[in-house]
Design a binder for this molecule. Structure first.
Ligand code: FE2
Ligand code: FE2
Length: 310
């Protein structure tokens, strides 16, 4: 790394700190503001819940699906932020006796991710107050974090940048004028995105920094581990799509036959794959950073793996 890119790298950490201080928000004072959810409103916008994929459902039932998916959205973020935060704390070790600006930026990142997990736990409970009993999210964030952190740092940072970039797209979709969308859920997208924007910059800085120390063989193994992580995320999404489709069928107030139940489960899985895998994988900036680090052959391996998840 030459002197100029070192300076600009340090400057980017400093800018993240400045923005992080400027946009900092409080779960109660700024996001929730004493409000409750209302089951008359949609929680996820159609562009994320893929409402059109639920072809057998009425408009009211599609709204219920957006509420189930909204609760799962909170739980999936609570889940991934457990391992993201642990990895950020681990990476901060590289800066303990070095760049104190980079260290401060990562400490703030970690602090924000702890706050986000608290926000998402609140959202899960608040959605539970207005929806029928029986919703399940049985995936243990600590178990997932242990499995994820067993992979190389390169692979974990690739997945993390992917995740933290797609929150920007999710925010853009939620600000689309939609009179039925919950104002409270819109604010969850807005406030989360404000802090995630800095996280995505830091992920990239840390990923590129870490990548520079790898051999070609280590990077090649890490590409395979990234593919394994995406497959593991997909495994989680399959479990939750089944759980959420079962919950819908049990609580929607009418009989859902076998064939329709399968179609609903497939639509949930399609929506979750869009939200948590493809919306990030197709993000132009993710593609740009990833392709700057890997060979054409490695890129093809990743694309081939992603193509199986449809
Ligand atoms: Fe977050
Ligand atoms: Fe984040």
């Amino acid at each position: 790394m030459n002197a100029i890119s070192k300076i600009s790298g340090s400057d980017r950490y400093a800018r993240c700190i400045q923005t992080s201080k400027r946009v900092r928000w409080d779960v109660d004072k700024d996001v929730i503001r004493g409000r409750r959810f209302d089951a008359a409103h949609k929680f996820l916008p159609d562009g994320l819940s893929l409402a059109d994929a639920f072809t057998t459902l009425s408009a009211d039932e599609k709204r219920f699906v957006s509420q189930i998916q909204g609760r799962t959205y909170a739980n999936v973020f609570g889940l991934v932020e457990r391992f993201i935060n642990a990895k950020v704390l681990e990476l901060s070790h590289d800066h303990w006796f070095g760049d104190q600006i980079a260290l401060e930026a990562l400490v703030r990142f970690s602090d924000e991710e702890l706050k986000h997990q608290a926000l998402f736990r609140r959202i899960d409970a608040m959605v539970g107050d207005v929806l029928p009993e029986g919703y399940r999210f049985d995936i243990d964030p600590n178990g997932v974090a242990h499995a994820v952190l067993g992979k190389s740092t390169w692979a974990v940072l690739a997945l993390t940048l992917d995740i933290e970039l797609f929150t920007q797209l999710h925010y853009r979709q939620s600000i689309d004028p939609d009179t039925e969308l919950s104002e409270l859920f819109k604010d969850v997208f807005l406030y989360h995105w404000r802090e995630e924007s800095q996280h995505a910059i830091l992920d990239e800085l840390e990923w590129v920094r870490h990548d520079a120390g790898l051999t070609a063989e280590e990077r090649d193994r890490a590409v395979d581990e990234f593919i394994e992580l995406v497959a593991a995320v997909d495994g989680i999404l399959q479990v939750q799509a089944r759980a959420d489709a079962g919950y819908f069928a049990a609580t929607c107030g009418r009989v859902v036959d076998e064939a329709e139940a399968r179609a609903i489960e497939a639509a949930f899985l399609k929506a979750y794959r869009w939200q948590y895998i493809h919306s990030g994988a197709q993000h132009p900036h993710f593609g740009k950073v990833l392709s700057s680090l890997i060979t054409e052959n490695q890129g093809q391996r990743i694309q081939a793996a992603l193509a199986t998840l449809h």
